[in-house]
Every structure is written in C-alpha cells, then in structure tokens.
Write a new protein. Structure first.
Length: 169
C-alpha cells in the first residue's frame, strides 16, 4: 500500500487533484484516553463505567471498542456498565446519577465526548465525589470549557482532534 501511495503521489495528475484527508483513529483514542485516565488514578483497582454516544455512529462505536478493549485488558478494573448518553449533557448527568447509585465506589468514568463528561462530572459532584481525587474522568473533544476542566483536574484524560492530550491540558 505504501508503494502504491508513493507511486500515485509522483503522478502529475494526482499531485494537482488528489485531496488529502485526515481520518481520526477513534478506536485508538478510546483506548488511549481510558489508559491515560487510569494512569492518572495511579493504576489503582476499582470499578469503571462508560458513557457512550450512541449505538450506530461510527465514531461512537469505534471509541467504545477502544475503551472497552482497554478495560477488558485490566485484571484489577471491572467495567460495570456501558450506557448511551446520546451525546447529551443532561442525559449523561441522569445516567451518571443512576450509575453512582448502582456502583457507589466507581473510580473511573470514560465518556465518548465532552458534553457527556460535563453531565457526568456534575452528577459525581452532586454525589459528593471529587473529580481527580476519588473519581477520574476521560473524554474526547477539546473546546475551551473542557480544556478548563482539564486544567483544574476535573478531567484526567482528554483526547482531542486526531491526537491524545492526556497531560498537556
């Protein structure tokens, strides 16, 4: 495949008309953000939950697969449940409230986007949890609000764009 790409790039026609594209590796960002979150929690054992986007969006399915693969690889972390927050802050807040009632000792919360992280963090704080101390959050996307939460330590791992920024923001 690499030789084919090099050959195409040398052709004058393709140099003029071929448009490059960037395709995010959502599976890798799901896995790497979960790993960075657990590292932020000092790799301590505990329960985890995932708040996914939806059941059909390719980004959601791929991010979930990466996060779930990471948790499946961990002998000391139990992934208790995956819920679908429909990319919505209020839905994820309600879901997180319920998840904390079911699993009061949850330590790790992985979310598929920033809006769901905002809702989950609100619910955790309402339940008396301290993000970055007794509960850790990972998410994807990098608007100003999520960068500010990362800076404060409320979000422990952040995947953004096509790269992961677990400790830079």
């Amino acid at each position: 495949m690499n030789r084919q790409k090099i050959s195409i790039e040398k052709e004058t026609y393709w140099q003029e008309y071929l448009l490059a594209s960037i395709i995010p590796d959502n599976e890798a960002i799901g896995h790497t953000s979960a790993k960075a979150m657990v590292n932020a929690g000092n790799n301590e054992s505990g329960d985890a939950v995932m708040i996914s986007g939806d059941l059909t969006t390719p980004a959601s399915v791929q991010r979930d697969a990466g996060g779930q693969r990471f948790f499946d690889e961990q002998p000391n972390i139990t992934l208790r449940q995956i819920v679908h927050g429909q990319w919505d802050e209020s839905i994820s807040q309600e879901q997180m409230h319920t998840l904390l009632q079911r699993y009061p000792d949850v330590r790790y919360v992985w979310t598929a986007n920033d809006h769901m992280a905002f809702g989950a963090i609100k619910a955790a704080k309402q339940a008396g949890k301290t993000p970055g101390e007794d509960i850790f959050f990972a998410t994807v996307n990098t608007p100003e609000k999520v960068l500010a939460l990362r800076e404060k330590g409320n979000i422990s791992a952040l995947g953004g764009g096509i790269s992961l920024q677990p400790a830079l923001h």
